[in-house]
Design a protein around this ligand. Structure first.
Ligand code: MSP
Length: 637
């Protein structure tokens, strides 16, 4: 039988932003699919890359005082570096500034032109640069972009148009006839009604800026960045003539975020139709991540900076969390607490313990050698065998639907069944009864076999962990040389194999460590304007009246004063940033308000044991004081 081919893609990432977990998410998901399909023996082409043209990139470069190409070179390298650390196994990385891409875009454009679907006109309307989208007056919401809410720009320039309107009916028919084309189904409905609402011709060139691919035959016209970018999916395969193109097109699945679904399910398919090419089999739109309950922003990106997450938790734990925590089509929230919870319970406890317990028992009762199971013994195979046999097909069906979390849940059901099996079979008791030696062999064989199957099934999700399991289980070669075999997945473990117990798969994150991380994260979260706190939270702050005993300027600082204050029963040193508004002598004798339980902090070498409250935002700071005489130390509520 000919080998099946499978082509999976991620969006190509804009180089005006550095890689964050949103990008990592799509790429990890694509990697899981690619690795799975390679394991079952398919021939896989996994493509990712960078989107380097367009006004947005050009502007970002200008703001940094560098050329767009040098910005692209720098940021592209950061994407590649992160993919390495995340164990991404892409077969190709396309950059839209590469000659192979430019040539393919020109050819693609020419093909559509020759088909009579490109004409010259004038574009008059609005443009959202952050989204790189043309908008009509009607689409604007209070003058702003309906998608990102940012200001738009008036554009009036000669432009080439793509006769997209011509493909409204064919596209509708295609979507209706291919239920699996747009997923999840809620998104499919969204697109269906959008297309039913009518397709206009699409402006596909710009004349007012230069950072892009020239439109062949139209001097001064640069191809619209989305047309340029979408074409990456065929340019990387060597369109039009490439051998890989013949083999791998159409794509098995384009993975995209929900924000760019329309480009992939309306613009791209109609362009493909115009170029006479088959459409991708599936476009799947995943949800968006918020971070610690908030919309991801530049400042929040620090809190979930992927390299720091990998340093702290490891790439596999991060990969597992992102795909297990939320269903792929839905939005989710990334919080360190939730991640730690998953690591401790699913990874360290369920999987890690099963693995180390089982290997330890093999060591104890069989000198680490996988025993020969006795098929006639009570409990032979049983529940584990039954689950193990069906699992591979179920996981495959889940992955077909991009239901990563469901696949993982199923695998964990086997893991937990195995943990329960240990408790029920109590091998330590069997070991004391020579007449039950056959059962003991069967139980330990079944556990080892379960672990082998689990290693293979988790491999696409956690490649390093799976390889570690493979080695400790004493298996030959690398797990990546294995083929998952649909008919024979249970019972392939060879008796007599010497296992090699080694390092723990996932150390638990202890409470103190977890608290420390949570605290650090909280301290680093940018201030959230206008959000609510509970009374409980407010009460954590200990505010007290304090009488200023002495005040002195701090050398080399024109903002800070060093205050000595009395809280009645005790004295404190407090450093306050009020020097520009209050000369030291004016401070002495005043009764002010301090936060008394703030963690001490060193400012200009002086430890400050509290913080002074003052009104900010006026020309001068204004200290908070009292309308009546108050004794030092009085609590404030
Ligand atoms: N360059 C275009 C894609 C062209 S594909 C032919 C682009 N790039 S992007 O870098 O802005 O976004 C790439 C992907 O990252 C999108 O799929 C987007 O949905 C995803 N994400 C960006 N922020 C995200 C989250 N906060 N959460 C999940 N995914 C997010 O668009």
């Amino acid at each position: 039988m000919a080998q099946k081919t499978f082509y999976v893609t991620t969006p190509i990432y804009y180089v005006n932003d550095v890689p964050h977990i949103g990008h990592a998410y799509t790429t990890i998901a694509a990697d899981v699919l690619a690795r799975y399909r390679r394991l079952v023996g398919d021939e896989v082409y996994f493509l990712t890359g960078t989107d380097e043209h367009g006004q947005k990139v050009e502007r970002a470069a200008r703001e940094r005082g560098e050329s767009p190409q040098s910005l692209a070179d720098r940021v592209m390298a950061r994407f590649k570096e992160l993919w390495d650390r995340l164990q991404i196994s892409h077969d190709d990385f396309i950059r839209t500034t590469e000659p192979r891409h430019k040539a393919a875009v020109a050819a693609f454009f020419q093909k559509i032109y020759d088909n009579g679907d490109i004409y010259l006109g004038d574009y008059e309307g609005w443009y959202c640069t952050p989204c790189e989208t043309f908008l009509t007056e009607m689409q604007l919401v209070e003058g702003k972009c309906p998608d990102c809410g940012r200001p738009t720009e008036r554009v009036k320039e000669p432009s080439l148009f793509f006769r997209m309107s011509r493909y409204q009916e064919p596209l509708l028919r295609h979507i209706e006839a291919h239920e699996e084309f747009i997923q999840p189904v809620s998104r499919r409905n969204e697109i269906l009604s959008f297309v039913q609402g009518g397709l206009r011709d699409l402006s596909i060139s710009r004349t007012s800026f230069r950072w892009g691919i020239p439109a062949p035959g139209f001097d001064g016209h640069v191809i619209y960045v989305w047309v340029d970018a979408l074409t990456n999916y065929v340019s990387a395969l060597g369109y039009p003539g490439g051998e890989a193109f013949q083999r791998f097109w159409p794509a098995g699945v384009h993975l995209v975020g929900k924000d760019i679904l329309r480009f992939h399910t309306v613009y791209w398919p109609t362009m493909l139709m115009a170029a006479g090419l088959p459409l991708p089999k599936k476009v799947f739109a995943h949800g968006w991540w918020t971070v610690e309950g908030r919309k991801m922003s530049k400042s929040l990106q620090n809190v979930v900076e992927p390299h720091r997450l990998i340093d702290r938790y490891g790439a596999d734990a991060l990969r597992y969390f992102l795909l297990r925590e939320v269903s792929f089509g839905l939005d989710g929230d990334f919080s360190h607490q939730a991640l730690i919870q998953r690591i401790n319970s699913d990874l360290a406890n369920d999987l890690g313990n099963l693995f180390s317990r089982s290997l330890a028992m093999l060591q104890r009762y069989f000198q680490g050698r996988v025993p020969t199971p006795d098929p006639s013994s009570a409990g032979y195979g049983g529940e584990l065998r039954r689950r193990g046999i069906g699992l591979r097909e179920e996981v495959e069906a889940d992955l077909e639907e991009l239901a990563f979390h469901r696949a993982l849940t199923r695998i964990w059901e086997l893991i937990n069944a195995a943990n329960k099996y240990i408790d029920e079979m109590a091998p330590w008791k069997l070991a004391k009864r020579p007449e039950r030696a056959g059962e003991l062999s069967a139980v330990l064989y079944n556990l080892a076999e379960t672990l082998r199957v689990v290693a293979l099934l988790v491999a696409p999700f956690m490649p390093q962990t799976a390889e570690e399991m493979w080695q400790q289980l004493g298996q030959e070669g690398s797990i990546w040389d294995q083929r998952l075999d649909l008919r024979r997945e249970w019972g392939q473990l060879q008796p007599g194999v010497q296992t090699r117990p080694g390092k723990q798969l996932f150390p638990r994150i202890e409470k103190e460590q977890a608290d420390e991380i949570t605290e650090q994260i909280r301290a680093n979260l940018p201030e959230e304007k206008g959000s609510m706190i509970t009374l409980q939270e407010f009460k954590k702050a200990e505010l007290r009246a304090a009488k200023v005993l002495s005040a002195e300027p701090i050398p080399r600082s024109n903002k800070l004063l060093k205050l000595r204050v009395s809280l009645g029963t005790e004295e404190r040193t407090v450093v306050a940033g009020i020097a520009a508004s209050y000369p030291p002598e004016e401070m002495v004798g005043k009764t002010i308000i301090i936060v008394a339980n703030l963690e001490p902090a060193k400012l200009m070498g002086i430890e400050s044991q509290g913080m002074v409250l003052a009104a900010d935002g006026v020309a001068r700071l204004a200290l908070a004081t009292f309308a009546e005489e108050v004794k030092p130390g009085t609590p404030i509520r």
